[in-house]
Design a protein around this ligand. Structure first.
Ligand SMILES: NC(=O)c1ccc[n+]([C@@H]2O[C@H](COP(=O)([O-])OP(=O)(O)OC[C@H]3O[C@@H](n4cnc5c(N)ncnc54)[C@H](OP(=O)(O)O)[C@@H]3O)[C@@H](O)[C@H]2O)c1
Length: 254
């Protein structure tokens, strides 16, 4: 008996080679930039303020790192930066949307202006940047990868983080629809960490941190180092993961 004809499988998305990381100046973004450079990738990073740590990486990897001061909410500056990156490193084939601002205010005490700033920075601007990068990738016939850094706050409730959580849930939802829309040519996934120590989470008091640790079966807070291998996998490995939100919180939220 002859075998049923098989539809031709689309060829796999190759590992990323030039990755743009927003908010790569400190915290998780800086850790991602450092990790990808060590893995041999070409990396572009921006934030509003270029830190000494990012400058030092630029000195260590002059041919592999391109960085600059860009506000993600300034789309013209972001687009100019993308063009500069392409001139310096070659076409971008992966984007890590990591830049975001936190929140530490009850919803009833959050001004309309502050709400708009959180939504602009964490949701609207990343979508505009994604659109711009995607258009260039598709125009060049490239396959590629998108990794959105979201948060466990999109799935579980936390006081003081209403607008922030809404933006992260929005990015999770956008990730799923991007994956469908891009038809496997560009893989889109999200990584949702639990709380980790950074400037953003510095608002949490020791009592709150102790409470999270007590609720965490693995007995420790998430570290940026726990997140790095997952981001690296999504950028480099052939896994057929697409449209997923990978939670990294030691099962604190389960
Ligand atoms: N820390 C946590 O507990 C936690 C938990 C789950 C998820 N996350 C997510 O993980 C990601 C990284 O967080 P983190 O804790 O590492 O934060 P962080 O230390 O505050 O770093 C945020 C980065 O984003 C940049 N950024 C902020 N606003 C920007 C803007 N308008 N334009 C360009 N860059 C901007 C910052 O640089 P500038 O301020 O100089 O612009 C910085 O490089 C975020 O998406 C966050 O939502 C964090």
């Amino acid at each position: 008996m002859s075998e049923a004809p098989r539809s031709e499988a689309p060829s796999a998305v190759p590992p990323a080679s030039v990755v743009l990381v927003s908010g790569g100046s400190r915290g998780l973004g800086l850790a991602i930039v450092t990790d990808l450079l060590a893995a041999g990738l070409k990396v572009a990073a921006f934030a509003r303020t270029v830190t000494p740590e990012l400058t030092a990486l630029g000195e260590k990897y002059p041919d592999h790192l391109h960085y600059g001061s860009v506000d993600v909410n300034d789309s013209a500056a972001g687009q100019a930066f993308v063009r500069d990156v392409e001139n310096a490193l070659g076409p971008i084939d992966a984007l890590v949307n990591n830049a975001a601002i936190g929140q530490d205010s009850l919803h009833v005490h959050t001004s309309a202006e502050h709400l708009a700033e959180i939504i602009q920075t964490n949701l609207t601007s990343p979508l505009i940047l994604t659109r711009f990068v995607l258009r260039r990738m598709l125009a060049k016939g490239l396959k590629g990868r998108i990794v959105n850094i979201t948060s466990i706050c999109a799935q579980r409730g936390y006081p003081g983080l209403v607008a922030y959580s809404a933006t992260k849930g929005g990015m999770d939802a956008a990730t799923r629809s991007l994956a469908r829309e891009l038809g496997g040519r560009i893989l889109a996934n999200a990584v949702a960490p639990g709380f980790f120590a950074s400037e953003m989470s510095a608002v949490l008091g020791q009592t709150q941190l102790d409470q999270i640790v007590r609720r965490t079966p693995t007995g420790h807070l998430t570290e940026p180092e726990d997140v790095l291998p997952v981001v690296r996998m999504l950028l480099l490995e052939n896994t057929n993961l697409n449209g997923q939100v990978l939670v990294i919180d030691g099962a604190a939220s389960i």
